[in-house]
Design a protein around this ligand. Structure first.
Ligand code: AMP
Length: 221
């Protein structure tokens, strides 16, 4: 099953995508993670992307589309994938359609995680991320068992540079500006489902699994 997760930063896309990907045994493809890996290893692409990311602005479509195209050429997507953080605007959605057409694939389901601003800010300002495996924790809501160490792999936890209130507000503005057209784009294709995502992560995941089970894998657009 080929799935897209939409939703503002802090709606829980990363956490849910990771869990759903494990359950369905398909890869979780996060453009934010791929970009951060490029920044950390100072690749040409990472150097170009870094200043946009620090401000909370979108990295140019051409760069992100290139990363996604390369990632989707891997053999590990044969049973499906979950895209998290891509597409973020119509140009990227159209570029994705082109990439998928070339590899004779299509999207089955777009899940839009709907979260309110106070919840988003509370989640992101307290978010801790594992440097090694990317797992997410929260200082209050989901603290790690050992101080600043990942429960799953023992990796070091850190706060993302863009998880501060000023940058979060910019990221939310950027998201809102683009999202309505994107949502309309997928609504017209009849593959969009909205999920309330302010509540408990487990309840949201259950709802997502239900939607996947109700989706016909052969109906792709
Ligand atoms: P995320 O981890 O999804 O919150 O993304 C972190 C940052 O990476 C964003 O604020 C953008 O600067 C950049 N980014 C991630 N995905 C995209 C995308 N699809 N298009 C443009 N920029 C992106």
């Amino acid at each position: 099953m080929d799935i897209i997760l939409l939703g503002p930063p802090g709606a829980g896309k990363g956490t849910q995508a990771k869990k759903l990907a494990e359950k369905l045994n398909i890869p979780h493809i996060s453009t934010g993670d791929l970009l951060r890996q490029n920044v950390a290893s100072a690749t040409g692409l990472g150097k170009e992307a870094k200043s946009y990311m620090a401000k909370g602005a979108l990295v140019p479509d051409e760069l992100v589309t290139r990363i996604v195209g390369e990632r989707l050429s891997g053999g590990d997507i044969k049973n499906g994938f979950i895209l998290d953080g891509f597409p973020r605007n119509i140009a990227q959605a159209q570029a994705l359609d082109e990439i998928l057409k070339k590899i004779a694939r299509g999207i089955n389901l777009v899940m839009d995680l709907d979260s309110s601003e106070p919840v988003i800010i509370q989640r992101l300002t307290g978010r801790l991320v594992c440097k090694s495996c990317g797992a997410n924790f929260h200082i209050k809501n989901m603290p790690p068992k050992n101080d600043m160490l990942c429960d799953y792999c023992g990796g070091e936890l850190y706060q993302r540079a863009d998880d501060n209130e000023a940058t979060i507000k910019t990221r939310l503005e950027v998201y809102r500006k683009e999202v309505s057209t994107l949502i309309e784009y997928y609504r017209q294709k009849n593959i969009l489902k909205t999920i309330p995502a302010d509540g408990e992560a487990q309840v949201v995941l259950k709802e997502m699994v239900k939607l996947v089970e109700q989706t016909d894998d052969s109906l792709k657009v």
